[in-house]
Design a protein around this ligand. Structure first.
Ligand SMILES: Cc1cc2nc3c(=O)[nH]c(=O)nc-3n(C[C@H](O)[C@H](O)[C@H](O)COP(=O)(O)O)c2cc1C
Length: 177
């Protein structure tokens, strides 16, 4: 799903994407945030630079036992200011629920990173039969339309927040937790 989403997003005018898979990165088990590390592994620094440069994110997550994978939470927690005031589009992959509970959990987590989840989400139900290695196995035009609708929303928030960040930041976020 992530590969297909990234490829579809890359087709859009003015959009540059990069796909990162926590499986391929030395994120490990969170002990130190990146800003606390005495030396930052090159792959993490490369990832950090990508987050800094990005105007928005698409998080693609499976759902396991009603939750999101620890690897994704770990990846998010390694960074903080890098996520601030940027929009997140959420894509879920699951069984009957389409990963909806993982997506709703991300709606709680992302504000903790001072990020903004956009209202539209893309749940993929019964992912093991609806998607194959190259994307949707049927109803391709429908899936493309669903993805493009998500991207239109993400781009709107990306442009709006890019402008707003350029005008100035609202100061340190109040820690209400
Ligand atoms: C242990 C386990 C628990 C799962 N729990 C859920 C769940 O709670 N909700 C859901 O929608 N799908 C659930 N699924 C389906 C997975 O989200 C789906 O199979 C997805 O493709 C898993 O991604 P993966 O192929 O990268 O492992 C579960 C699958 C496994 C293996």
């Amino acid at each position: 799903v992530a590969r297909w989403v990234a490829a579809r997003l890359a087709l859009r005018k003015g959009v540059t994407t990069r796909l990162w898979d926590p499986l391929e990165l030395p994120f490990g088990n969170l002990q130190l945030r990146v800003r606390e590390m005495p030396s930052v592994p090159p792959a993490l620094e490369e990832f950090r630079q990508d987050i800094v440069n990005a105007d928005g994110f698409v998080l693609v997550t499976p759902e396991y036992n009603f939750g999101l994978p620890g690897a994704l939470k770990n990846l998010l927690d390694l960074f903080f200011v890098e996520w601030h005031h940027k929009p997140f589009a959420l894509v879920g992959a699951g069984g009957i629920s389409g990963g909806y509970r993982a997506l709703d959990t991300l709606r709680i987590i992302v504000p903790g990173l001072v990020g903004v989840t956009i209202p539209t989400v893309l749940p993929v139900h019964r992912v093991e039969t609806t998607f194959g290695p190259n994307g949707p196995v049927s109803d391709v035009a429908d899936w493309e339309q669903r993805a493009d609708r998500l991207f239109v929303q993400l781009e709107w928030y990306a442009r709006a927040l890019q402008r707003a960040r350029a005008e100035g930041l609202p100061g340190a976020p109040a820690r209400t937790g």
